[in-house]
Design a protein around this ligand. Structure first.
Ligand SMILES: [Zn+2]
Ligand SMILES: [Zn+2]
Length: 297
C-alpha cells in the first residue's frame, strides 16, 4: 500500500475544524465507555471483549486476553490474534492492563530512550510479562524485494524474563485502521491528542505533565521505588546560610505530607534560596527491549 502524504494532508485540511472537534469528542466518549467496561471486567479477571475469564482459551474465538497468558496460549496461536486485531487495538489493550497494575511507570515509551529511526518502539510490563512493539522505517515501508514488502511491525513477548515470542518470529501486518492512525499521527502530531487516551498513557506522557504538578504530587523521596520520577534538587542560598537542621525539617515534612522535597523546600525557603530540580524518569521503569535488525542480504 503506497502512502500518499499529500493526499492525506489535503484530506485533513478539507475537514472543517468543528467537524474534527465533534469527531474527537465522540471518540473520547467511546473511549471512556470502553475503558469503563474494561475496568469492570478486569477487576474480576474477566475480559470485556469476549466476556470470558482470563484463564479461558476458546480456539474458535481468538482474543486479546490470550496475550496475558493466563490461559494455555501458545506462540503458534499468535497469528490468530493479530489477524483479528490490529496493532492499535492490541497495544491499547495491553497498555490498559499495565496501567491497572502501576499507572504510567509500566510503559516505557520515552522518545528519549528510543533508537533513532523508529516509528514504534516501546516496552510494556504487566506482572511477570513484558511486551515490546517495534517498527523501524524499513518495516513501515515494507522490506523491498522480499516477500515481506508490506507495512508491518515486530513484537516480542517475554515471560519471567524468558523469550516466548521473538521479534523475528513474525512480520505482523498493519491493518487499514492502523495505517490511518499512524500516518495521521506522523503527519499531524498532536491533533488527535494522545494515541491511546489517558487509560493507555505511558512515561512519555508522564514526563510532559506540568512541572508544578510533578513537584507537588509525586511523593516524597523515600518512595522512589513507587515514584514515576527521579528528582535531583539543588539549593542555592541567596546571601544567608541554610542550616542542616532546616534541611532536615524540610525532609521530615516531605516524608510526613507525601510531597516532594523540592516542593516543600520551595515553600519554606521562599525568597531565601533558589531551588532547582532536574526531573528524570525513575530507574524502576522497564527498559525498552532492543531489536537487532538483520542486515539485508
Ligand atoms: Zn477476551
Ligand atoms: Zn521487518
Amino acid at each position: 500500500m503506497e502512502y500518499d502524504a499529500e493526499r492525506l494532508k489535503n484530506f485533513w485540511d478539507s475537514i472543517p475544524h468543528e467537524k474534527i472537534e465533534e469527531a474527537n469528542r465522540r471518540s473520547r466518549d467511546e473511549h471512556q465507555r470502553q475503558v469503563k467496561a474494561f475496568r469492570d471486567g478486569y477487576a474480576n479477571d474477566t475480559c470485556y471483549l469476549c466476556g470470558k475469564n482470563f484463564s479461558t482459551l476458546s480456539k474458535s474465538n481468538p482474543c486479546l486476553h490470550w496475550l496475558l497468558r493466563r490461559c494455555k496460549f501458545k506462540k503458534k496461536d499468535f497469528s490468530k490474534v493479530y489477524n483479528k486485531y490490529g496493532y492499535v487495538n492490541i497495544a491499547a489493550y495491553l497498555r490498559w492492563c499495565a496501567n491497572e497494575e502501576r499507572p504510567l511507570a509500566n510503559i516505557n515509551d520515552l522518545k528519549s530512550e528510543q533508537k533513532e529511526g523508529k516509528i514504534i518502539s516501546y516496552t510494556i510490563k504487566w506482572k511477570n510479562i513484558e511486551w515490546t512493539f517495534d517498527c523501524s522505517k524499513n518495516d513501515f515501508s515494507g522490506h523491498k524485494g522480499l516477500s515481506i514488502d508490506y507495512p508491518h511491525y515486530h513484537f516480542q513477548m517475554r515471560i519471567d524474563g524468558r523469550q516466548f515470542i521473538n521479534f523475528n518470529d513474525f512480520h505482523i501486518p498493519f491493518n487499514d485502521h492502523d495505517l490511518f492512525v499512524l500516518n495521521s499521527s506522523i503527519e499531524h502530531g498532536d491533533i488527535f491528542g494522545h494515541d491511546f487516551g489517558s487509560a493507555g498513557a505511558g512515561m512519555e506522557d508522564a514526563m510532559n505533565f506540568p512541572l508544578d504538578d510533578i513537584l507537588e504530587f509525586s511523593g516524597s523521596s523515600s518512595q522512589e521505588e513507587e515514584s514515576l520520577y527521579h528528582l535531583s534538587t539543588m539549593i542555592e542560598a541567596s546571601g544567608e546560610l541554610i542550616s542542616g537542621d532546616e534541611i532536615e525539617d524540610i525532609r521530615a515534612e516531605a516524608a510526613r505530607t507525601g510531597k516532594t522535597f523540592t516542593y516543600v523546600a520551595k515553600q519554606r525557603l521562599g525568597e531565601r534560596a533558589s531551588v532547582r530540580t532536574v526531573i528524570t524518569p525513575s530507574d524502576s521503569i522497564p527498559d525498552i527491549a532492543s531489536r537487532t535488525e538483520h542486515k539485508r542480504r
